[in-house]
Design a binder for this molecule. Structure first.
Ligand SMILES: Nc1nc2c(ncn2[C@@H]2O[C@H](COP(=O)(O)OP(=O)(O)OP(=O)(O)O)[C@@H](O)[C@H]2O)c(=O)[nH]1
Ligand SMILES: [Mg+2]
Length: 366
């Protein structure tokens, strides 16, 4: 394997460069932030790739050695370029015609406006409506609304709770979204509330917030379960070794604003440490998430390799469109919903019906 370093202003962008060059199977070795000679902070992300792939993508060697294709001539290249331009022009004309048809259709316009008002993004709606041109769905409002709801239902993914496997779950997310409270609820669920009791331990990686250790330790004490606060990757690996026999290990992390590069880099180190156990990284996202923040949250947290989504603060809003939008765009399966402040009661296994019922209620209110 060869290590290659990518540099950008934030870790996700540096990682994206690596993915663009090598595809999504790149192995992340490390990520750190450095002050360069020009005084600017930059992130260096190191990835490992097989030597042959490195040679091919960096120097085109494999192609040179293995290819017997003749070089295309200038004339061929010009022709290919022209055909490409024509195709693009045709595509844009087709797009224009579709937009016009939809704009002239009152039912499509009305339903689109309704879904947009409830938080569903325009590009997703446009794509759905364009695929319906020429069908009777565009002539009937009720049918069209049902169709779009079905499409949303189909696009939502669930992460089923598997009670047969032991699990390590790390909860990450913006500040104050309910990570620690949800960990306490999950701990109670696994330790006491299921048919069979599981051996549960809590690990705290939040060395930033004053009182963070005490907050989790307090829950651990009430529930009489193991609790370890660690600082640094070495200590984390040691703790995980000590907890090797536990069925469920829940890891709490520091809340991070999408602009907290230092904390992200630290968390990447934890995520990539060699635990000898699969770890599920779960983003805790509040149902109240703002549309403007969604993209930044996804951009930064997806860098940690998100396996699932816990939706918190379900009780704090009646409007779920923005949240649905997040899932339509980013395709991360939902595992649990947090529906209030009460530990352990206000937690439920994620349910499409529960979420969609609320969204439909909101749609019917107009
Ligand atoms: N209404 C409501 N409040 C919640 C929910 N989950 C957590 N909270 C409250 O949100 C506040 C923050 O919860 P924490 O669990 O400390 O959040 P956190 O993500 O661990 O916060 P940081 O560690 O500071 O990033 C507390 O007052 C919780 O009681 C929920 O589902 N609904
Ligand atoms: Mg916390």
């Amino acid at each position: 394997m060869i290590n290659e370093t990518f540099v950008a202003s934030d870790p996700k962008s540096a990682y994206d460069q690596a993915v663009e060059k090598y595809g999504s199977d790149v192995k992340l070795v490390s990520a750190k932030q450095l002050k360069y000679d020009d005084g600017k902070l930059r992130c260096e992300v190191v990835i490992a790739v097989p030597k042959a792939l490195f040679m091919e993508r960096s120097f085109g060697l494999a192609e040179e050695l293995g290819s017997s294709k003749e070089e295309s001539t200038d004339a061929e290249a010009a022709l290919t370029g022209e055909i490409g331009a024509l195709k693009a022009e045709l595509e844009s004309m087709k797009q224009g015609i579709k937009e016009e048809i939809l704009e002239q259709n009152d039912i499509a316009s009305e339903v689109k406006a309704l879904f947009m008002k409830k938080g569903i993004a325009e590009p997703w709606l446009d794509a759905q409506l364009a695929s319906l041109i020429g069908t009777e769905l565009l002539d009937d409002k009720t049918l069209l609304v049902s169709y779009l709801l079905e499409e949303i239902d189909e696009a939502l993914k669930l992460k089923e709770e598997d009670l047969t496997l032991s699990k390590v779950m790390m909860l990450v997310g913006p500040t104050g979204v309910g990570k620690t409270t949800t960990i306490a609820k999950l701990a109670a669920r696994y330790a006491y509330l299921l048919d069979q009791p599981y051996r549960v331990a809590l690990v705290n990686l939040d060395s930033y917030k004053v009182g963070a250790v005490e907050q989790l330790a307090h829950y651990a004490q009430i529930m009489q379960i193991e609790h370890i606060a660690v600082n640094g990757v070495e200590e984390f690996m040691g703790a995980m070794q000590r907890l090797a026999d536990y069925d469920v290990v829940l890891i709490d992390t520091a809340g991070m604003s999408p602009y907290d590069t230092q904390k992200f880099i630290k968390t990447v180190e934890y995520v990539n440490s060699d635990l000898h156990r699969a770890m599920e990284v779960t983003l805790v996202l509040p149902a109240t998430v703002k549309y403007e923040d969604m993209e930044d949250i996804h951009k930064n947290f997806s860098f940690l390799g998100l396996d699932s989504l816990i939706i918190s603060k379900f009780d704090e809003t009646k409007h779920f469109g923005t949240l649905l939008n997040f899932m339509l765009l980013y395709d991360i399966p939902m595992s649990y919903f947090s529906t209030g402040q009460e530990v352990p009661d206000d937690l439920m296994v994620a349910s499409k019906e529960y979420l969609l019922e609320r969204f439909i209620g909101d749609i019917h209110e107009g």
